[in-house]
Design a protein around this ligand. Structure first.
Ligand SMILES: [Zn+2]
Length: 373
């Protein structure tokens, strides 16, 4: 088993997937499919709507039995890398004692290597409930592919009830995590000479009132947070600024917080436009990761905690892609091998012993899918 894991990891690390915006991920798709197809998986590529040459991959076993089943999910991309800052070549797996160094070993090619190794070393066809594997291409950057994957699930009525997202947690079981929504709001007023303020509409004033409101809302919520990160506006000190842009964000703890906060924020924009008659405003979402809500009942969490010795339930470090699967009605956790502290860093490594442990866990989970029948 160990040989197989390391062989898969070595291959995955050797394929550069660090830049979904301007490269294709065909090589990694071909590699994954070359393992899954012969096992009987139906492999479906979901082409990206944003980046040519990029695809997500969904692999399905036993889809005829559409209800229920389990989903194992991860992303194929890694963060970008400065090769010269590494002690080793980030695209060549280097083993030193129990440590396997390479870009993405923790986040999250180690998980992918485990999934591929387990399904191919296991009488996988004995798993009688549907088994879904889903691999996205841009989790570290634009996070568009998860929405494409979820709409495909919806359209095809794929409805696994259990979902494990293999983000690194040191094999602890994360059952919640904050979302992230980044917004850009433009206020558009009317320019004019600064000695006649009544003739113009000052966009910086609008942006300041807006920012003040975001600060107020932030003080009300305990865990969900808001931040104004950048303001750009005006052209000279002696003119009334026409445009002002506010870059801001919400990190919601739950979907209901998100709804409430959005409502308050957009009401404020309406108030500002009422006050500055003739002004306009537009808001765009730059980036969106839905919150991953804590649920009292979560079957996947129970199964994982029972199957992994010494694991504990934790709050996740962000939401990852879990919130989207939760929206489709799955019981989701994220639980993967590797220390999240080593992710997104130079000289990233994962412990080989942990990869082996994770494979034992995956085998257990998949066998239990057979026994339940
Ligand atoms: Zn990740």
């Amino acid at each position: 088993m160990e040989k197989k894991i390391m062989k898969n990891l070595e291959k995955l690390v050797s394929i550069d997937t660090s830049c979904p915006e301007n490269q294709t991920n065909i090589d990694v798709l071909n590699f994954i499919e070359s393992i899954l197809r012969p096992l009987g998986f139906n492999c479906i590529r979901i082409p990206s709507m944003s980046f040519e040459g990029q695809n997500s991959l969904i692999a399905v076993l036993n889809p005829e039995n559409k209800k229920g089943g389990i989903l194992l999910s991860g992303h194929m991309d890694t963060v970008k890398v400065q090769k010269e800052d590494w002690r080793t070549d980030p695209f060549r797996l280097e083993i030193i004692n129990d440590k396997a160094y390479g870009l993405g070993t923790v986040d999250m090619k180690g998980f992918l290597a485990c999934v591929l190794s387990v399904v191919s070393s296991f009488p996988i066809l004995k798993v009688s409930t549907p088994l879904y594997l889903s691999f996205t291409y841009d989790e570290e950057t634009t996070v568009k592919s998860i929405e494409e994957v979820c709409s495909f699930f919806k359209k095809n009525k794929f409805s696994p009830n259990l979902a494990i997202v293999g983000e690194p947690t040191l094999m602890n079981v994360a059952d919640s995590g904050k979302g992230y929504l980044g917004y850009t709001t433009l206020f558009e007023g009317k320019e004019g000479h600064s000695s006649y303020p009544e003739k113009g509409l000052n966009a910086i004033y609008m942006a300041s009132e807006f920012s003040e409101k975001l600060k107020e809302i932030n003080e009300i919520y305990k865990v969900s947070t808001l931040n104004v990160g950048m303001i750009r506006g005006g052209v000279s000190p002696n003119s009334i600024p026409k445009n002002c842009v506010v870059e801001w964000e919400i990190r919601p703890e739950t979907s209901s917080d998100l709804k409430k906060i959005q409502k308050e924020v957009f009401e404020k924009i309406d108030n500002i436009l009422d006050k500055y008659k003739g002004a306009k405003s537009t808001t765009e979402i730059r980036e969106k990761l839905l919150p991953f809500n804590y649920k009292l009942k979560n079957k996947t969490r129970d199964i994982c905690l029972n199957s992994i010795p010494k694991s504990k339930a934790i709050k996740g470090n962000g939401a990852g892609e879990s919130g989207y699967y939760q929206e489709l009605g799955m019981d989701v956790v994220y639980c993967g091998p590797g220390n999240p502290d080593f992710a997104h860093k130079n000289n990233e490594y994962i412990q080989i012993s942990e990869l082996k442990k994770y494979c034992v866990f995956l085998k257990k989970i998949l066998s239990s899918q057979d026994e339940t029948k």
